[in-house]
Write a protein that binds this ligand. Structure first.
Ligand code: NAP
Length: 339
């Protein structure tokens, strides 16, 4: 067995929800060679693979995972700066917020709205992570992947990644054999502030706007809304904001005129699930046993020790049922199941 692989590893410390049983094997991968060895081992032993970044969007089963978890710890950031543009290749295991902080400290524009999001850079293209009007798809021009079918490394263009709202090729069957190794972002040296979201609009008249000013504002907002995962078990937003047919929005708005609605496509709109959970379903702060919806932001599920994955799963189902029974909206989980 390759040296980077350990057997019977408890998963709870590897996820921010802090629950879950053991992985049959866990490979801590710090180089391409280790990645290749670990994938080869999984193939030879016919074990399923699960790629894990920093576990901030994962619910690990109490029964554990009868396969190989690839804990991607590839590190490195390579900047190329010209008069107008900044090109940066970032390894998948880098912490996103450290990369954001570094690019902001260098005065580069692009990543600042994505401040204070837990997780690794390798996870960002998977669900096209976004916040406050910026998605990584706006900044990514290529993604380098390890192909588990051919055991080779290759590059995908932005188009090939098929980015959509919190979605990409990597979440679908045809992309599931691809492991993100490095991500290429293009940032700007000239100001490109994105301040359209309500929480940031107060900065629109700030003549001294810099990436750092925006980062500081986003951190202040997020610190109020999201619990500190170092202290409480959480995976941030547990559910996605629903995208629903416009006719359904019109019906809902008759009952709830203040429901925040944002255009999405010609036939659909995005609605605020936080509002629905709080104002429509009265579920903000709703708690059962060791699991609840966070007082300051109902979209955030919190798990208090000694919560279990089963308890979290049951609670999330209950919330989804309540939302469906009141609004006829089927909400989807953003969090991925491990095991
Ligand atoms: P929020 O700011 O209360 O917004 C709730 C919903 O309204 C989101 O779907 C957001 O869209 C949408 N929205 C708000 N202002 C909008 C505008 N001016 N134009 C279009 N859509 C607008 O959300 P929150 O839950 O507190 O989260 C803050 C930010 O972090 C949001 O942008 C949220 O999406 C993001 N976030 C992202 C992830 C992830 O990428 N996995 C996880 C957690 C939170 P968007 O979803 O398009 O922003």
């Amino acid at each position: 067995m390759p040296a980077c692989i350990k057997a019977d590893v408890p998963l709870a410390p590897f996820t921010t929800l802090k629950v879950g049983g053991k992985a049959r094997f866990l490979a801590t991968v710090t180089s391409l060679v280790e990645l290749q060895e670990a994938v080869q081992f999984a193939h030879e032993t016919s074990l399923p693979l699960f790629v894990l970044g920093s576990g901030s969007n994962v619910l690990a089963s109490d029964q554990g995972f009868a396969g190989l978890v690839l804990y991607v710890q590839l590190q490195g950031c390579e900047y190329t700066v010209t008069d107008t543009e900044v090109s940066v290749w970032v390894a998948a295991g880098e912490n996103l917020d450290r990369v954001v902080a570094d690019s902001v400290a260098r005065g580069f524009w692009g990543l600042e709205n994505l401040s204070h999001i837990p997780g690794t850079v390798g996870a960002t293209p998977i669900q096209n992570v976004g916040a406050y009007g910026v998605e990584v798809a706006d900044l990514i021009t290529a993604v380098e992947v390890f192909d588990c079918l051919t055991h080779t490394v290759r590059q995908l263009s932005r188009e090939e990644c098929q980015f959509a709202y919190r979605d990409s090729l990597f979440k679908h069957l045809e992309g599931q054999h691809l492991i993100v190794v490095r991500v290429h972002f293009v940032l700007s040296v000239t100001p490109t502030p994105r301040l359209t979201y309500g929480d940031l609009q107060s900065l629109q008249n700030n003549p001294d706007i810099t990436p750092q000013v925006i980062r500081d504002a986003v951190i202040a907002i997020r610190s109020k809304k999201f619990p500190d995962w170092h202290v409480i078990g959480t995976a941030g937003s547990f559910f996605k904001n629903p995208i629903i047919p416009i006719e359904q929005v019109v019906q809902l708005q008759k009952l709830y005129p203040e429901l925040p609605v944002y255009p999405y496509s010609d036939t659909t709109s995005k609605v605020s699930l936080a509002y629905i959970l709080d104002k429509v379903c009265g579920l903000k702060g709703f708690k059962q046993g060791n699991v609840g919806l966070f007082e300051a932001q109902a979209l955030v599920l919190v798990a208090y020790t000694p919560a279990t994955a089963d308890e979290i799963d049951t609670f999330a189902r209950l919330v989804a049922e309540k939302v469906y029974s009141i609004t006829a909206i089927s909400i989807e989980r953003e969090v991925r199941m491990l095991g």
